[in-house]
Design a protein around this ligand. Sequence first.
Ligand code: SF4
Length: 213
Amino acid sequence: MSLKVCEIFYSLQGESTFTGLPCTFVRLSGCNLDCAWCDTRYAKDESTSLSIEKILDQIKIFGCNLVEITGGEPLLQEETPRLISQLLDLKFQVLLETNGSQAIRDIDPGCIKILDVKCPSSNESDSFLYKNLRYLTKRDEIKFVIGSRQDYEYARTIIMEKLSLHQSRIHLSPVFGHITPARLAAWILEDRLPARLSLQQHKIIWNPDQRGV
Ligand code: SF4
């Protein structure tokens, strides 16, 4: 059994409540969406087939307890839940970043899921699977990437009407280079929105176009 892998690298976690922590990233290949501001288009095509054992071997080389499975969209591959379970069995702390369109029901509850809700400016706002909300725990996180005032208002409506149980782990992240953090911060403060302003820290520390960070 194997997975299609785009890249495996070690860096600082750039988003979520784990921001700033050393983390090993496993970026799986392929995606079912075509977001307007996608910054990992290469993950759709670049792919090496690796067994779970080989992936685990590469992860172990970095000696880092925190691992994020990301993409592309990692839940398109049948073996992804098995990879997550094996990492948890080996006592890694595991994060899964998913675009919100795929069912999370069968993911090991020990994994912390970071679920994207796509906003209108992504052109993929119909993709979110609302029944996934049933399977979120208070440890899981929800992320809205905001590219416009319309996106903000869309996110605000969903947060206020559907996400009251997950208040501490909701992130609003400005599309890098499209909307300033200050503007998004002002909107959150004005509405007293129960959400965190989340900046893509890796794009601030390093060149925003750099891969593998
Ligand atoms: S879901 Fe993620 S990887 Fe897929 S197109 Fe959107 S931003 Fe890119």
